[in-house]
Design a protein. Structure first.
Length: 150
């Protein structure tokens, strides 16, 4: 304690020593046995207080933990299954059988880079052929294929 007083400014160190002396005097006057007996008597007289949270029991805590584990497990499974969903191309291409393996790889790589499209385009039927596409759609398709090859 003296080392700490040496590090304090002179006025604070002296005040600290005076405060410490007063605390020592008051502590010497405390009858520990009498205080302990009073606390024990009060606890016996009042008894145990009812808990504000009576519904919190070990069984309730186990049930809550089980629910948390189930919800977390479902979230993990859902995220894992979403990661393996098939890539949906915005336009169904019926002539895909005529593409070479290099062209198919280019289309596959381009499909990974394509951002989601509007629902109306994604809702095109699977039987759509290149003849059914508009000029603007054909230009977009051609640009995506050229971009994948280059």
């Amino acid at each position: 304690m003296d080392r700490m007083n040496d590090e304090l400014p002179p006025g604070v160190g002296e005040a600290w020593k005076a405060l410490e002396a007063r605390a020592d005097q008051r502590a010497a006057r405390v009858d520990v046995e009498r205080v302990a007996a009073g606390v024990v008597e009060r606890l016996r007289r009042e008894g145990a207080r009812p808990s504000r949270f009576r519904w919190i029991t070990p069984a309730t805590l186990r049930a809550a933990a089980a629910v948390v584990v189930l919800v977390a497990g479902a979230a993990v499974v859902r995220m894992a299954t979403r990661a393996h969903e098939a890539v949906r191309l915005p336009v169904g291409i019926s002539a895909i059988d005529s593409l070479s393996s290099g062209q198919l790889e280019a289309v596959w790589e381009a499909a990974g880079e394509v951002s989601p499209v509007a629902d109306s385009v994604a809702a095109a039927s699977a039987g759509t052929s290149l003849d059914d596409l508009s000029e603007a759609q054909l230009e977009v398709l051609l640009a995506s294929l050229n971009g994948a090859e280059g």
